[in-house]
Design a protein around this ligand. Sequence first.
Ligand code: GDD
Length: 331
Amino acid sequence: MPSKALITGIAGQDGSYLSELLLDKGYEVHGIVRRVDLEDPDHRLGRLKPIQDRLTLHSASLENYPSIVRVVAEIQPDECYHLAAQSFVNYSFDDEFSTINTNINGTHYMLSAVKEKAPRCRFYFAASSEMFGLVQETPQKETTSFHPRSPYGISKVAGFHLTQNYRESYKLFALSGILFNHESPRRGYEFVTRKITNAVAQIKLGMAKELRLGNLEAKRDWGFAGDYVKAMWLMLQQDVPQDYVIATNEHHSVKQFLELAFGHVNLDWRDYVLVDKKFYRSAEVESLRGDYSKAKKELGWSPTVKFAELVKMMVDADLELNQKILSTKSV
Ligand code: GDD
């Protein structure tokens, strides 16, 4: 019998890469999606299109405990990857109640459903480097204390502690991956990397004239999402559940990202980028850099895609995508 995996947030960047990885490994892959996603698959499930006929999608809501319990009881998963969340930090300032309610309750519901209906299931929680916020040391590692700077960060700290508590209280095989920023051509357009690479492509192709951004000095530890989902899987294959930092241990500023992305198409970013206070955050996380040495030692995991390669991969993919959009418009 193949192992069964259940993924929440399966339609997102990480969910799509993780599904592909697990299908390649022979898993039976199930995903939780919202009813509206199934009603509009072209828009909402676009990332899953190439593999959709190999997945089983279940309609449920992370705001509705009985619907989660029903899916977990029916599938009896061996592994559960809880990736779903309101994950855009900036929205969390505008809509703090909904971010906190959905993210914390959603994680609590998933943990409780697994404990009640599939207690042998191994549980992965998508924690985040945003938990370090106002960093207490650099680089950040598993033992670094948290100081979240946004409702999103607070919700992830709560999810981390809930996961730890279910591990300690109920002996669930439950752990958290503390993932630093991870990007790809499948990244949502609201995140700074994709916002930049899409704008670079559109400016190069004459479809846009400028790009408005917030804080250009912020530094992030940016890796490739395809590498990071491998780490999620590796964590659940260990004998003992433990939390791991997944990062590259390199950081770069938004400005450095701009230089490389515009430079890749022979443009100077200074000619196109405008700083707009609208995109500044109420409380900024200035700089993140993660020490992944525990993951390297215990999981045998290391990132394979370097920063410059990641930027080029994303710009090239957006050039191709926008070229297609242009050509369908001109038909
Ligand atoms: N999104 C965005 N848009 N960010 C901007 C902009 C802009 O116009 N201008 C500057 N930035 C800066 C932000 O202020 C932030 O410091 C940095 O770019 C990165 O922002 P995001 O790409 O939105 O990512 P994030 O670091 O806030 O959060 C991402 O990474 C976390 C892991 O640390 C998200 O994927 C989270 O869900 C994830 O947990």
